[in-house]
Design a protein around this ligand. Structure first.
Ligand code: SF4
Length: 326
């Protein structure tokens, strides 16, 4: 069992100052990613999962700010590093793949040149060696005819191929942690499946830890060993894939799983979680899921903390508070 903690996010708070008031987009989030492990963060849009990944990459710009907590990567608090120190880590030990590959690629340069630049930013390589390494990386991520593709411009490639290029770019410097933020959302279903196959295959071949951000619990369950369920900027439940997908405890996790279409439901109406994600400016007091929760009780207007549930998972729900002591 891998037990070395590569990334420890501890009570992270990332807030935004807006004219209408303070938005606590990430409001006390804690989880860990083991070295070589794979963790998925799931939740609906507005749950704070993407702001969590951007916070780890220090990519939250004004009016957002780091309001508290720690992000320990390889034991160092990345919030405390100077820009120069962090630049040496970002794109090398810590790499990010975005939802939209076009946002990561410059339309006026050939894709191979862009991946070579990512390599040369952290390694001393001649142009010829960099090109050879790019061809190797393109082969690794399943780009056909890589020697030819390195000279093509992003617009010449399909969406799926562009996403493979950005994954190659992220892997260029053998990162210890690869963060994938909704990597398949912008792609059609067939290409989505191919990219997920690629990530699964890469997990076997390279020893990079993966933090996968997705609104789709099914996607996360296919790739990851652990799941963090987020809602309203907080962690609702944390556990192994088997715990969360086969025996979810938190009413929000139950709702997310019930919303996955199955073949048995053909012709029937899709289950959805009633209500809508709360306005982040007006979060309900206490449990953020309270207005939509079928099991809400009076005590739920007081905030439940994330607690060990005794079976290795963690829950923030009054239904399970104190379970570990019982
Ligand atoms: Fe529902 Fe209360 Fe649990 Fe929140 S704390 S999920 S409102 S039962």
């Amino acid at each position: 069992m891998i037990s070395d903690v590569l990334l420890r996010v501890d009570d992270l708070q990332t807030h935004f100052r807006t004219r209408a008031g303070l938005v606590r987009a990430v409001d006390g989030v804690s989880f860990t990613v083991p070295a070589g492990g794979s963790v998925g963060i799931v939740g609906e849009s507005g749950s704070g999962k993407s702001v969590t990944s951007l916070s780890i990459m220090r990519l939250v710009g004004a009016p957002g700010f780091h309001a508290g907590g720690r992000i320990l990567f390889q034991g160092r608090d990345i919030a405390e590093l100077s820009e120069r120190e962090f630049r040496a880590i970002r794109g090398k030990d810590l790499a990010l793949v975005f939802q939209d590959p076009m946002s990561a690629l410059n339309p006026v340069y050939p894709v191979g040149k862009q991946v070579a630049e990512a390599l040369q930013a952290h390694q001393k390589l001649s142009r010829r060696h960099a090109r050879e390494r790019v061809v190797e990386l393109f082969t690794l991520v399943g780009i056909p005819a890589p020697e030819r593709r390195v000279d093509e411009y992003p617009h010449k490639l399909s969406g799926g191929m562009r996403q493979r290029v950005t994954i190659a770019m992220a892997l260029a410097n053998d990162p210890s942690l690869l963060i994938l933020d909704e990597p398949t959302t912008a792609l059609d279903m067939t290409i989505q499946a191919q990219i997920l196959d690629l990530v699964r295959d890469l997990r076997r071949r390279v020893n990079t830890a993966v933090l996968l951000i997705s609104h789709d619990i099914g996607v996360v369950a296919e790739i990851c060993e652990e799941i963090v369920v987020m809602y309203g900027g907080r962690v609702m439940e944390r556990g192994t894939v088997a715990q969360i997908t086969k025996d979810p405890k938190h009413p929000y996790s139950v709702g997310l799983l019930d919303s996955i279409p199955t073949p048995a439901m053909k012709g029937r109406e899709l289950n959805t979680i009633g209500g809508t994600v709360p306005n982040p400016l007006h979060m309900p007091p206490g449990c953020p899921f309270q207005p939509r929760c079928p099991k809400a009780m009076d005590i739920c207007s007081t905030r439940p903390e994330l607690e060990d549930a005794g079976d290795g998972r963690q829950l923030a729900c009054w239904l399970y508070s104190g379970t570990a002591d019982r």
